[in-house]
Ligand binder design. Structure first.
Ligand code: NAD
Length: 543
């Protein structure tokens, strides 16, 4: 489709030449040296989404390099786990301060590599500060041994301990280069683990910057090993050496990673795809909801796992809502530029653009109506695509069910709350959902009926994601396990139950009272005695 002048244009190729966005090797030498790779290694050059120009040639790791990195990580981890928790917490606390101080550097890198608007990149900086603050404040509580009722009241002291698993392998995608690397590295480290990190090759510089930041924050050498390379080779090698796997990516790849981890019998956290729904009830202020919907659908150019791709709107407010939503979407400022002048950036890759174009064209072919957008903006950069709102999308269209992972949303009309909940739940995915209503009690009640790992009432996704004490994760095809909260920290620990019997070697100068005494009663007597004891324990309401 031709260029639609409806959207403000900020990037002017005349005044922003491609060269502005190309990094010289010396600019990033200290980052490149952090990749675990052998001398003379092959390199990977990713391309800046704003321009299509090369960013930097990053050395590639081989499976042997990954094995070497894992050995180093393992050696460093033993010392790290033995250090007091307060030392590990201190590193997180410094990360919090440093990431805010140096945000300018990383905002540039995130924008260069992922092509998102600066305001979206800033979300990642905030996210790291919140993750660091949360785990620095709560790790002590989350990791503390838990006392549970013992077998014999008063004589058995039972505690559940959490130990680090060892080396956590993180395989990260490209859409949140800082959040989905450093944001997962921090809890793994504070739990006493080392980390083997394979960022997506498109966004490896940001991950290498995070490694530098951690070193400056006082992380001892060897604990974070960064390897670079493609998924099937280097990503798979990370899975091969990890004691716990944290994978974020598509459902398709998640199944492959899960099978490999399953074969090795190591646990895996899988944060996968979504087709996240939103419901607009009949009692809302449509202008407020339209503003929220624009953020929920188009922030990060829609390449956000928890962003909204389906909206169900009550028929009583549907026309008004669609007007307001389309007006606001058209008003979004699209553009490149390492500043805050644009609201929406580029898609990250040609592949991502191809999926978006394919989904929209397929929907149109099946009778969908384009309310706004549907335009590939080659005038702004190679992979810019306008925020797009579709209506009349039939079930046969691919984007009715499949994740698009771009700035595209389909809007459907419903006649009741019940119809909305049924439609929201009609998906193999169950990652995130959003409900908008003036009646927050009604919203909370509806939320509990939606099959999704997180549901936001009167917000798109930020409220649940940013409630750092709460687990974030998907159900169904959206994955297994969680990040955030104590559950996220616990994923990288293994449990150990220690039960201590007291008085076995004598009690108050008398004979011992260990379990062996039961057997001493004789095979006829002890079942009778113990049956009475069990009845007594229930009567005493012992747990
Ligand atoms: P993808 O599955 O194609 O790739 C994800 C990563 O996996 C890539 O970096 C790739 O190199 C790597 N990979 C590929 N094969 C591998 C293998 N055999 N072993 C190990 N790693 C391998 O996904 P994508 O399109 O790059 O990323 C977008 C997807 O990620 C979307 O589906 C999105 O919803 C999902 N995502 C989910 C969350 C979440 O928290 N649930 C967050 C962000 C993104």
């Amino acid at each position: 489709m031709a260029h639609d002048p409806g959207h403000a244009e900020l990037h002017d190729p005349e005044t922003d030449p491609l060269a502005t966005y190309v990094l010289e090797p010396d600019d990033v030498r200290t980052l490149l040296d952090r990749v675990v790779a052998s001398p003379g290694a092959a390199t990977h050059t990713s391309h800046a989404p704003f321009t299509g120009g090369p960013i930097a040639a990053v050395p590639l790791s081989t499976p042997d390099d990954v094995a070497r990195a894992a050995r180093r990580a393992r050696a460093a981890q033993r010392l790290w786990a033995a250090r007091p928790l307060r030392d590990r917490i201190a590193v997180l606390s410094r990360v919090h301060d440093l990431v805010l101080e140096r945000q300018g550097e990383v905002l540039d890198l995130i924008q260069l590599e992922a092509g998102k608007a600066r305001v979206s990149a800033f979300e990642e900086v905030c996210d790291i500060a919140i993750v660091a603050r949360h785990y620095a404040a709560r790790a002590g509580r989350y990791l503390a041994p838990r006392r549970v009722p013992g077998l014999i009241p008063g004589l058995t002291t039972t505690k559940v301990l959490r130990h680090p698993v060892g080396v956590v392998g993180i395989v990260a995608p490209w859409n949140f280069p800082l959040t989905l690397t450093l944001g997962d590295v921090l809890p793994a480290l504070v739990a006493g683990n080392a980390v083997l990190l394979r960022p997506d090759p498109q966004t490896s510089l940001t991950a290498l910057w995070a490694a530098e930041l951690l070193e400056d924050a006082g992380l001892p050498e060897g604990l974070l090993q960064v390897v670079v390379g493609d998924g099937p080779t280097v990503g798979a090698a990370v899975v091969e050496h990890a004691d716990h796997v944290s994978f974020t990516g598509s459902t398709r790849t998640g199944r492959v990673v899960a099978a490999q981890a399953g074969e090795r019998l190591v646990p895996a956290t899988l944060e996968l795809g979504g087709k996240n729904p939103m419901y607009v009830a009949s009692d809302v202020d449509v202008e407020v909801v339209a503003e929220g919907a624009v953020r929920a659908c188009f922030v990060g150019t829609g390449q956000v796992c928890v962003s909204i791709e389906r909206i169900y709107v009550h028929e009583d407010v549907a026309d008004e809502f669609l007007d307001a939503f389309a007006r606001r979407a058209r008003g979004l400022r699209l553009g490149a530029g390492l500043d805050y002048r644009s609201d929406v950036g580029s898609l990250t890759s040609a592949a991502q653009l191809a999926t978006v174009v394919e989904h929209v064209e397929d929907a149109i072919g099946h009778g969908a109506t384009v309310l706004t957008g549907g335009v590939h903006r080659t005038d702004l950069g190679p992979w810019f695509y306008e925020p797009t709102i579709l209506t009349d999308v039939p079930p046969e269209a691919r984007l009715f069910r499949e994740e698009t992972f771009g700035p595209v949303v389909a809007v459907y009309r419903v006649a009741s709350d019940d119809e909305a909940v049924a439609a929201m739940n009609d998906s193999e995915f169950g990652l995130n959902a959003s409900i908008w209503t003036a009646d927050t009690r009604r919203g909370a009640a509806l939320a509990a009926r939606v099959r999704a790992g997180s549901v936001n009432v009167n917000e798109g996704y930020v409220s649940t994601w940013g409630s750092m004490g709460a687990p974030q994760g998907g159900t169904g095809a959206s994955g297994l396990g969680h990040r955030h909260g104590r559950e996220g920290l616990w994923e990288t620990t293994r449990l150990q139950t220690v039960a201590v019997q007291h008085g076995v070697h004598g009690l108050l100068g008398g004979p011992g009272v260990g379990l062996h005494r039961l057997f001493d009663l004789g095979t006829e007597t002890w079942p009778r005695v113990y049956t009475q004891a069990l009845r007594a324990m229930k009567a005493a309401r012992l747990p």
